[in-house]
Design a protein around this ligand. Structure first.
Ligand code: XUL
Ligand code: CO
Length: 445
C-alpha cells in the first residue's frame, strides 16, 4: 500500500510487561494476546480466529439517537463516491494488518454505495470487490463472512423476505444473490443472514404464519443458490429477539433451531451467535452457545457484549474475562471453531472517537479473549468441574439407565423398578462450590 492511513500507529506487538505509560499516552499493544503462543497444542491465532467488521470499524460514525457522529476519520470525505469507498478499504486493510487481525466481515452496502438500479449497485460492488480482493492478497487477510444489508433502505421498512409486498422480497433476493456471489469470489468462509426486520412491530397488521413461511422460502432459495455456484462455505443465521422490530422470528438459538427444523432447513444453516443478542433475549451467551452446540449447529460468534439494564444493542467490545472464558470453554469443548471465528461486531463508545481508539478497542477485546482462552484451558486441564458433571449423571451410564435411554423399558416397568429400589436419595448440585472452583482457576490459587 502506497499511502499510510494511520501514520502515527506502529504495528501492534505483544509485550507482557506492565506499562508505565499513562493511559492518555499509551501506545496500543497486546499484553496477553501472543498470536504464536500454544494453548492445548494450537496457537492462539488459530484458536481465536479473530475478525473485524467493516460496518462498525469503517462505517460507524458513533452517532446515537441523541447526538451526531463523533468519529474522526481523516481518510473519509463522507461522500458516496467510489474513490472514497476505495480509500476506506485501504485504510481498513492497513488497520487489520497493524492490529494482527487476519479476518474480516462486511455487508454489501458498507463496502460500496447503493446505485440507482440493481445493475448500478452491482457494478459499484464489483468495483470494490476487485479492489478488496487485491488488498486481501497484498496483506494476506481472509474473508470470514459476507452478508447483505436488508434493513437500512426504506424499502425494507416492513421487512425484507417477510415483507407484505412480493416486490420487496424480490429486491432482497437480488441483493442476497449478488452478496453470496461476491462472498464466494472473495473466498469467504461463510455467509450470514441476520433478519434485522424479519419480524413484526404490531400483530394488528401482521400475518405471522405467512411471514414465517416467506422467510423459510427465502432461506431455501439462498441455500440452493449457494450450492449451485459451488460455494462451500457455511451458511449462518444470526438470532436476535428484537430491536429494531418488536419481535424477530429468529429470536434466539432454540427458536431458530426449531424454525430450521420446521421448514426442512436444519443442516443447511448453522448459527452465528452474538453476545449482545443473547443478553437482549434474556439469556446468557453461555446458554445460547450450549443450546447451539447440543444441536451440532454452532457455526460462528459475533464477539461483543451488552450493557445489562440499558436494553439496547450497545455492541461494546468484549472486555469481560469471565464472559470470554465461558465462550472459549464452549469453543474448546466443541473442538474449536472450524469455519467460524470471533468477529468483533463491536463499536467504540461515542466518546472514544480518535483513530487510535480503533486499535485500543480491538486490542482490549483480543487481550480479553487471550485471557479467556487460557482460563478455559486451565478449567479443562484441572478437570474438577467436568468430573463433577460426569459423576452427577453416572446412574444413566449404569445398566438400568442405559436400558431406559435405549427405549427398552415401558413406563410400567419403570414403575416396577421404582418400587424395587426403595427410597430415592438426592445429591447436592454444589453450584457455589463449582463457581468458586472456576474463580480459583480464573484468578490463580
Ligand atoms: C445487528 C447485527 C448485524 C449482523 C450482520 O444487531 O448484529 O450487524 O451481525 O448483519
Ligand atoms: Co452481529
Amino acid at each position: 500500500m502506497s499511502h499510510e492511513y494511520f501514520p502515527s500507529i506502529a504495528p501492534l506487538s505483544w509485550n507482557p510487561a506492565p506499562s508505565s505509560e499513562s493511559a492518555s499516552h499509551r501506545h496500543p499493544r497486546f499484553r496477553f494476546y501472543d498470536a504464536s503462543e500454544k494453548v492445548e497444542g494450537k496457537s492462539m491465532h488459530d484458536h481465536l480466529r479473530f475478525a473485524a467488521c467493516y460496518w462498525h470499524t469503517m462505517r460507524n460514525g458513533l452517532s446515537d439517537p441523541f447526538g451526531a457522529a463523533t468519529a474522526r476519520t481523516p481518510w473519509d470525505d463522507q461522500s458516496d463516491s467510489i474513490p472514497n469507498a476505495k480509500r476506506r478499504a485501504e485504510a481498513f486493510f492497513e488497520f487489520l494488518t497493524k492490529c494482527q487481525i487476519t479476518r474480516w466481515c462486511f455487508h454489501d452496502r458498507d463496502l460500496a454505495p447503493e446505485g440507482e438500479t440493481i445493475a448500478h449497485s452491482e457494478r459499484n460492488l464489483d468495483e470494490l470487490v476487485d479492489h478488496v480482493a487485491a488488498l486481501q492478497k497484498a496483506t494476506n487477510r481472509r474473508l470470514l463472512w459476507g452478508t447483505a444489508n436488508l434493513f437500512s433502505h426504506p424499502r425494507y421498512v416492513h421487512g425484507a423476505a417477510t415483507s407484505p409486498s412480493v416486490d420487496v422480497f424480490l429486491s432482497a433476493a437480488a441483493q442476497v444473490r449478488k452478496a453470496i456471489e461476491v462472498t464466494h469470489a472473495l473466498g469467504g468462509e461463510g455467509y450470514v443472514l441476520w433478519g434485522g426486520r424479519e419480524g413484526y412491530d404490531t400483530l394488528l397488521n401482521t400475518d405471522l404464519a405467512r411471514e414465517r413461511e416467506q422467510l423459510a422460502r427465502f432461506l431455501h432459495l439462498a441455500s440452493d443458490y449457494a450450492q449451485s455456484i459451488g460455494f462451500r462455505g457455511v451458511l449462518l443465521i444470526e438470532p436476535k429477539p428484537h430491536e429494531p422490530t418488536t419481535h424477530q422470528y429468529d429470536s434466539d438459538s432454540e427458536a431458530t433451531l426449531n424454525f430450521l427444523r420446521e421448514f426442512g432447513l436444519f443442516g443447511k444453516f448453522q448459527l452465528n451467535l452474538e453476545t449482545n443478542h443473547a443478553t437482549l433475549a434474556g439469556h446468557s451467551m453461555e446458554h445460547e452457545l450450549t443450546v447451539a452446540r447440543a444441536a451440532g449447529a454452532l457455526g460462528s460468534i459475533d464477539a461483543n457484549m451488552g450493557t445489562v439494564g440499558l436494553g439496547w444493542d450497545t455492541d461494546r467490545f468484549p472486555t469481560d474475562v469471565a464472559l470470554t472464558t465461558q465462550i472459549m470453554l464452549a469453543v474448546l469443548t466443541m473442538g474449536g471453531l472450524s469455519h467460524g471465528g470471533l468477529n468483533f461486531d463491536a463499536k467504540r463508545r461515542r466518546a472514544s472517537f480518535e483513530p487510535v481508539d480503533l486499535f485500543h478497542s480491538h486490542a482490549a477485546g483480543m487481550d480479553a479473549f487471550a485471557l479467556g482462552l487460557k482460563a478455559a484451558a486451565r478449567i479443562r486441564a484441572d478437570g474438577r468441574v467436568q468430573e463433577f458433571v460426569r459423576e452427577r449423571y453416572a446412574s444413566w451410564d449404569a445398566p438400568l439407565g442405559r436400558k431406559i435411554r435405549a427405549g427398552e423399558l415401558t413406563l410400567a416397568q419403570c414403575a416396577q423398578e421404582a418400587a424395587n429400589s426403595g427410597t430415592v436419595v438426592a445429591a447436592s448440585g454444589r453450584q457455589e462450590l463449582l463457581e468458586s472452583i472456576v474463580n480459583e482457576l480464573l484468578f490463580g490459587a
